[in-house]
Design a protein around this ligand. Structure first.
Ligand code: DGL
Length: 283
């Protein structure tokens, strides 16, 4: 059985790479929903429907566990699918399957606290000294998931989100570096303008952005720590698999890359990130 990794496009490869490094012998099926990308500007209903369809496809391809390597799907669709769809689907399928997201591990990494941590006592004056910037799709920013969940756990951390509607499409289409550098700089400046200063730390809260992490490092003040979502996710999946032996990750080192869009080689930006040309098959 394999681990399924889902994203609207090539962004989830950043998480996939960390997972493959962590589990070199496991079998993986990556699915990019490029026919419907980008999803970050879509309605909640559409995001839920598209995410569910891709999970079904990955289960049909033999995966037991699907990792939503997409902040937008994790923020908007995951809880809905876990509550309203997965229990019945699992029963009908007759085998254990599950869907996990990437926001919980990212928040654990950002707060330094386990997800189940008891919220701190409220009602006292707190100095918010640690300012965390989150760059994400519009849907993730509108959900306020990072603001809400971090505030529950760490009232000394102030979270500010910056929606970047053009960045994922630019990365999907392999836009030039100068064009993307200007776009990233514009968003970093816009966020700093809203906060009144630069953030102390940042989350690249759309998996596509990790592909151009260097441009964020360049635009943010030197040394600004970036919380590394791919590694945080790999840590969480490792712990999950240790505790859930019913999900076998395979041992043949299979790597399949599927797309609902145009099959073939992904753009040069992806090849540079990946370290080799990367070909996707049609589903
Ligand atoms: N990579 C996705 C994320 O992490 C979304 C990109 C998109 O389709 O808008 O949110």
């Amino acid at each position: 059985m394999a681990i399924g990794v889902f994203d609207s496009g090539v962004g989830g490869l950043t998480v996939h790479r960390a997972l493959v490094r962590r589990f070199p012998n496991a079998d993986f099926v990556y699915l990019a929903d490029q026919a419907n990308a980008p999803i970050g500007g879509r309605s909640g209903e559409q995001i839920v429907d598209l995410t569910r369809a891709c999970c079904e496809r990955l289960f049909a391809e033999g995966c037991d566990l699907v990792v939503l390597a997409c902040n937008t799907a994790s923020a908007i669709a995951l809880r809905r699918l876990q509550q309203t769809w997965l229990p019945g689907y699992r029963r009908d399928l007759g085998r254990p399957v599950n869907v996990l997201g990437i926001i919980v591990p990212t928040i654990e990494a950002a707060t330094g606290l386990p997800w189940e941590h008891e919220p701190e006592r409220r009602g006292e004056k707190v100095e918010q000294l640690d300012v965390l910037g989150v760059f994400s799709t519009p849907a993730t920013a509108t959900s306020r998931v990072y603001e809400i969940e971090i505030d529950k756990r760490r009232q000394d951390v102030a979270v500010f989100s910056e929606p970047c509607p053009n960045l994922a499409p630019m990365i999907e289409s392999g836009a030039g570096h100068d064009e993307m550098r200007a776009e990233v700089a514009r968003h970093v400046a816009a966020l700093a303008g809203r906060i009144g200063r630069q953030p102390d730390r940042a989350i690249l809260g759309c998996t596509h952005y990790e592909i151009i992490a260097d441009l964020f490092r360049e635009a943010l003040p030197p040394g600004t720590p970036l919380i590394h979502q791919p590694d945080a996710t790999a840590d969480a999946i490792e712990t999950y698999l240790e505790r859930h032996l019913e999900y076998a990750a395979g041992t043949a080192g299979v790597r399949r890359f599927l797309t609902t869009g145009e099959p073939g080689l992904q753009n040069g930006l992806v090849a540079t990130f990946w370290g080799a040309p990367l070909r996707f098959e049609a589903v």
